[in-house]
Design a protein around this ligand. Structure first.
Ligand SMILES: [Zn+2]
Length: 67
């Protein structure tokens, strides 16, 4: 992840699951439907992050779930 801060955002997992998280590029609401990859390699509460593709501008970014 060296493409800039917009490529990694933080959110509460509950907000993400409820489609209350927005794409950092254009503000489009994103959620589980747009996940391309989940990162589950850190215990105890996987997934701790997910890679998401915005359905509108097709930007790829990572959502890191706050604890
Ligand atoms: Zn977007």
């Amino acid at each position: 992840m060296t493409e800039g801060t917009k490529r990694r955002i933080e959110a509460h997992r509950a907000d993400f699951l409820a489609y209350a998280v927005r794409c950092p590029f254009d503000g489009t609401v994103v959620g589980p439907r747009f996940v391309t990859r989940e990162h589950a390699d850190v215990p105890p509460d996987p997934p701790y992050a997910a890679t998401v593709r915005c359905p509108k501008d097709r930007e790829l970014f990572e959502v890191v779930f706050r604890r």
